[in-house]
Write a protein that binds this ligand. Sequence first.
Ligand code: KG4
Ligand code: ZN
Length: 341
Amino acid sequence: MITLAIETSCDDTAAAVLNDDKILSNVVSSQIEGLSFGGIVPELASRSHMTQLLPVVQNALEKAEINKRELDLVAVTHAPGLIGSLLVGVNFAKAMAFGLHIPVIGVHHIEAHMLAAFIESPQLTFPFIALIVSGGHTQLTLAKALGEYQILGETADDAAGECYDKVARILNLSSDGNSIMAGPVIDKLAQMGNPDFFSFPRPMIKSNDFHFSFSGLKTAVLNFVQKENRTFSEQEISDICASFQEAVSDVLSEKTIRACRNLGISNVVLCGGVAANSRLRSVLKEKCRSFQIELSIPSPKYCTDNAAMIGITGYKKYSAGSRSNWGLGAISSLTIEKAVI
Ligand code: KG4
Ligand code: ZN
């Protein structure tokens, strides 16, 4: 089965082509250039999708060496996300599928982040615990079966990715005009820094639940910077990044392991944009190894927003009997627990 997948839920325009669960091509056209971190303007994002989507889809088909007449299914992100951006993708997908006389299937973006693990770990089995860390979500989810998910805990305030973006602004790192994503910039600087430079708080690390809170950590970085009230050297900036990153990685990994142990689950998936973070990957890997927990982490290109994850999710759900109809619409807010179509 040849699937064309489309992702336009935020500011990346992405398309992928799959043969069953094998990725033939995966194209991402990155964000609107020149904005500082966190600077997504929804209206501009939708307009950008409108101009980028057709060339991105054509590029994905060419790279996969697939003619559109060979397609069997169109999978598209229909929730959650920026409503205007979602609408561009959903309507494009429906029109294309209708014109080609093939089915369309709507995919939940967060479910897709989670199922991206199957791209490179086809042996992964349910049940597993997923730590989903993206720009808008920080969730510990118990995946019982395909389409059967239970949120164990989530953030009470900022998402982990949002916290990265805000700390980058506090540290004035947004002058790096190459990216509007703060995570990779902090990640790179932190690799040259000392994680013991300053001990930032580990919010809710000891709390007897699976919830998170990152706004206090962001404030702790702000307070530290304001209290010092001076210009930091490049090394000190790297040290602050490393110390901050250590706190984030500690909390996320500690709670994930606790959830596994409390529920007796021995499979973990780390996913979402922040799962591309080198320190979080290695801390969680180390902890999982010591508790004999099997860990699956997608390659960074399948962690940040991409259409390959939409394709594999659409393919799996369609194969399991899920169907969307032509009334498929865009939904800006939808919990993963309702990701069943
Ligand atoms: O999943 P994603 O691509 O988009 C959403 O669905 O939100 O996640 C984007 C988030 C951004 O906040 C970005 O700063 C963060 O993922 N991110 C990272 C890294 N790469 C992306 N955070 C930490 N380290 C990274 N290497
Ligand atoms: Zn995402």
